[in-house]
Design a protein around this ligand. Structure first.
Ligand code: GDP
Length: 374
């Protein structure tokens, strides 16, 4: 298939075809879901009892784009909401190769051994392209996947970043209702996905590597500002001094930022995910942050802001989908684009006409809600 980014317009950028991933929905499970084995009340009861099979099936419904599945999923989420919210949600990001899987395996093993119940979720923007998930794969977290207190779920595979993020946020609700008291949300440190993870977690952990001396280059300021903790991985063997140096550079850089709204000064630590060194210290930092923000009230303020954010995100997404899936609009968009490119009408007038057309035909979507589902 010809990839749009290989167009002449984007000279110098070559996008190769991704390798299709394993489907996230097991075909056997898909068949069972089509038979709709459980009612929403049965799903909720199973989730509340911590039944992992039922929880997984409910998450599969959340991820499904079928209208009937969404109907059941939304009812299950609503019924689980009163039992949610009691976990500590940790966002974990870092560029590919930073050691996220190795670290999550080590962090997760550490906290499940102290008795926590941990769910590992992911937001993987690249799944949109490869149609398969690269994150959350169980084989990457071998030790953790053997723990019975751990639930590892790959990123929802298809859809826009907003759609994938919404599904992950809804999955958090179900996991909390199932009794998971710690949730990790992992993302690859590229693009917009950090913002999405930040908007659904309490603590944002940025994994970094010691490099060639200019560590701070290439890290977007926005990501540093979001971080409540920066941890330098691979502080082992010959790399220990370099990791310490990187840590002091990060500490200096953080001094230049204003104190965040939480009142918490982000900390910088070094560790080795592979050799499991310095893991407890990272967990102590996260525990301290949670206690600190619960004490000064910021914990609840942030959660409330996140709920508000997701309400507006959800409205925006529905509006966008309703607009682009409206048959009257979809039939005329290309023509409007052509007129704009030929300088026959301005972008603004074309947009205005499309909006008018949409508003004249919007009842179609309201009467047939199926068109709302992308
Ligand atoms: P991810 O792409 O961020 O998930 O990174 P991985 O966890 O897959 O790690 C990338 C590579 O770095 C692998 O070869 C790991 O074995 C290695 N690695 C991860 N953590 C450490 C560490 O603490 N020390 C050393 N020396 N290597 C590590």
């Amino acid at each position: 298939m010809k990839h749009p980014e290989n167009d002449d317009l984007y000279k110098g950028l070559k996008v190769t075809t991704g390798v299709a991933g394993v489907p996230t929905v097991n075909p056997y499970l898909k068949k069972r879901l089509q038979r709709q084995e459980y009612t929403p009340a049965e799903f909720v009861a199973g989730i509340r009892q911590g039944n992992i099979t039922i929880l997984s099936q409910a998450v599969t419904l959340i991820e499904s784009s079928r209208y009937e599945h969404q109907q059941v999923a939304q009812e299950v989420i609503e019924k689980c909401l009163p039992y949610s919210g009691k976990s500590v949600r940790v966002g974990i990001t870092g560029v590919p190769g930073a050691g996220k899987s190795t670290s999550i395996d080590a962090f997760g093993t550490c906290i499940t051994e102290r008795g926590d119940k941990l769910a590992v979720l992911a937001i993987d923007p690249s799944s949109e392209r490869s149609k398969g998930s690269i994150l959350g794969d169980k084989t990457r977290m071998e030790e953790l996947s053997r723990k019975k207190n751990a639930f590892i779920r790959p990123s929802p595979a298809a859809g826009s970043l907003g759609g994938v993020a919404r599904k992950t946020r809804e999955t958090i609700v179900l996991c909390e209702a199932a009794g998971f008291n710690t949730i990790f949300v992992e993302t690859v440190g590229v693009g917009q996905s950090e913002t999405a993870v930040h908007s659904m977690t309490d603590f944002f952990l940025l994994i970094q590597l010691a490099g060639t001396g200019d560590e701070l280059q290439g890290i977007k300021r926005g990501i540093m500002e979001m971080a409540d903790g920066i941890v330098i991985n691979k502080a082992d063997g010959d790399n220990i001094d370099k990791a310490k140096l990187a840590a002091s550079q990060f500490r200096n850089a953080l001094h230049l930022f204003p104190v965040p709204d939480s009142g918490w000064t982000p900390q910088v630590l070094t560790y080795s995910g592979y050799y499991k060194l310095g893991i407890k210290e990272i967990w102590r930092m996260i525990d301290e942050y949670i206690a600190f923000t619960k004490n000064n009230g910021y914990f609840d303020v942030k959660r409330n802001n996140q709920s508000k954010y997701w309400m507006y995100e959800s409205i925006n997404e529905t509006l966008r989908d309703t607009f682009y899936h409206n048959p009257a609009v979809a039939g005329k968009l290309k023509e409007a684009e052509r007129l704009v490119l030929n300088n026959e009408v301005s972008s603004f007038i074309a947009a205005r006409r499309m909006m008018d057309l949409f508003l004249e035909n919007v009842s179609y979507c309201v009467n047939d809600r199926r068109t709302l589902t992308p």
